[in-house]
Design a protein around this ligand. Structure first.
Ligand code: AMP
Ligand code: MG
Length: 489
């Protein structure tokens, strides 16, 4: 089959990658193929399932049009500069123009060691691979910018994890793999030309309409910040916790990237942390806006560094303003989304307080972040107890619900229409942690049925369907208290 790859990254960014081919695996077997995405990428969908396609998705064959590389990047991990990281277990096969003409990276993850592997084996286990597949596809269905998953292939090998697990390779599609950490790497080279070159590449690829670096060195910062602000606002609205927002895991494109220890909230909780390696709660749900701002400040430093003593101090002031604008944009967009989630088409005086008070109720009474909004829609359809039935402090709930109903107003008919509008933006099916774990556990034993069923549920998150009741239910009591997620290693 034909793979019409381009390699603009390799052409334009010499020094920022290593040439490396994927390491073949013992016995490739296709676990999942994202046919709609393959079609979007202009690939020959039936051929992908054949001995022409599967070996490429496993890293056992490299198409002749491909120039395989591992990208280099640096990064701050948990607040500390970690130096050079780079793709330690990923290989970029090339770039494809999708049906809209947009350039997209196609990369294998878990495809063997690279010069950036350090102590790692370069491999991925089936659990984290299918987890990324599920959650990234769920995010896409929710309308949230994200890298996508084209395929998952079992390797027929065992990877040494605690406990040992079957190996797998994920094919990841991204509008690029440029990260804040890519800029941090060029910054440490100390050559201002390198920053300029990377900024020019990022601009051309993602923000062709903004000022050039020479016209405005911080234009890229503003553009990235704007995308990130929308992204974080959407994470908050849907209850997503990324879990490991290191600067090497923040994409310049504004896509959600690197599904390691991510999780969705069950009960609403600003302090929620699931990652086993985040003991301090640095990347807790409610901290995501400030952490994103911190990461953007690292990007700002990289863009300012080449300006030297002449332009630097002014640019620092300027960057500070732009980061304030970022924080304000997250707040405003999050607030807009929440106001829409409770069925208000247009913002009025007092709406922000109404949302804030609801979130307080949800936190205090440990109400489900996802289902509360579906229950409110049912209240509008005349089921007075639909939400109240879950509250602990009934008096406080009734007070809030009365205020909300008064604000919504409208006839019974209008309220039904509002309920429909709410259901169209408030998901019913999300990849809940207990469901994800159940699907992965079965997949480790060669049963892909639960994975496929959950994937089908979360790919259409807003439409209630008979037979899917269990996919809409909160985790069993106690599950979340001890639930921990692990980095996808
Ligand atoms: P992550 O936590 O996935 O963002 O990875 C952080 C860094 O560790 C990146 O440089 C990865 O490429 C590298 N890494 C993670 N897992 C492995 C592995 N199994 N083998 C080699 N490198 C890895
Ligand atoms: Mg990463």
């Amino acid at each position: 089959m034909r793979w019409p790859f381009d390699d603009s990254y390799a052409r334009d960014l010499t020094g920022l990658y290593a040439d490396v081919s994927p390491t073949p695996v013992a016995e490739p077997r296709l676990l999942a193929l994202n046919e709609p995405l393959a079609a979007d990428l202009g690939l020959d969908v039936p051929a992908l399932r054949t001995p022409d396609g599967v070996p490429v998705l496993a890293g056992n064959a490299v198409p002749e049009e491909s120039h395989p590389i591992a990208e280099a990047y640096a990064g701050h991990q948990f607040g500390q500069f970690a130096g050079v990281l780079g793709d330690g277990r990923a290989v970029l096969l090339g770039e494809l123009a999708d049906t809209t003409g947009t350039r997209r990276d196609l990369a294998l993850k878990g495809s063997g060691r690279t010069p950036f592997s350090r102590g790692g084996d370069g491999r991925a286990a089936i659990g984290p691979v299918l987890r990324e597949y599920l959650v990234s596809e769920a995010m896409h269905a929710l309308g949230i910018p994200t890298t996508r998953s084209l395929a998952a292939v079992a390797t027929g090998e065992v990877v040494l994890r605690q406990p040992p697990e079957p190996g797998a390779v994920l094919t990841r599609v991204a509008s690029s793999h440029l990260r804040v950490g890519t800029f941090e790497l060029v910054r440490v080279t100390g050559d201002p030309e390198h920053v300029r070159r990377l900024a020019a590449y990022a601009r051309e690829r993602h923000f062709p309409d903004i000022a050039t670096y020479d016209e405005d060195p911080l234009a890229l910062l503003s553009a990235v910040a704007e995308q990130q602000a929308s992204l974080i606002a959407q994470w908050l609205a849907v209850g997503f916790i990324h879990g490991v927002m290191n600067t090497d895991n923040m994409a310049i494109s504004g896509e959600t990237i690197d599904y390691g220890p991510c999780a969705f909230l069950e009960a609403h909780d600003p302090h929620a942390v699931f990652s086993s390696i985040d003991g301090q709660g640095r990347y807790r749900y409610g901290a995501q806006p400030s952490i994103a701002a911190w990461n953007l400040a690292r990007l700002a430093e990289c863009l300012i560094a080449p300006l030297g003593e002449d332009g630097g101090p002014v640019a620092v002031e300027d960057a500070t303003q732009r980061l304030h604008a970022f924080v304000e944009q997250v707040r405003a967009e999050h607030s807009d989304l929440m106001i829409r989630k409770i069925g208000l088409a247009e913002r009025a005086e007092g709406d922000e307080e109404l949302v804030a008070d609801l979130l307080t109720r949800m936190e205090k009474d440990r109400l489900d972040h996802t289902l509360t909004f579906r229950r409110l829609a049912r209240v509008l359809r005349g089921e007075a107890e639909a939400a109240r039935g879950h509250a602990l402090d009934l008096a406080a709930w009734d007070e809030w619900q009365e205020r909300w109903l008064t604000r919504v107003g409208g006839s019974a008919e209008e309220r039904t229409a509002t309920a429909e509008a709410m259901d169209a933006i408030n998901p019913l099916y999300i990849p809940r942690n207990h469901l994800v774990e159940e699907a992965l556990e079965a997949a480790r034993k060669d049963d892909l049925e639960p994975f496929e069923a959950l994937l089908a549920a979360v790919r259409d998150p807003f439409t209630e369907r008979p037979g899917l009741e269990r996919y809409a239910e909160p985790a069993p009591a106690g599950f979340i208290d001890t639930y921990r997620t692990f980095c996808g290693t």
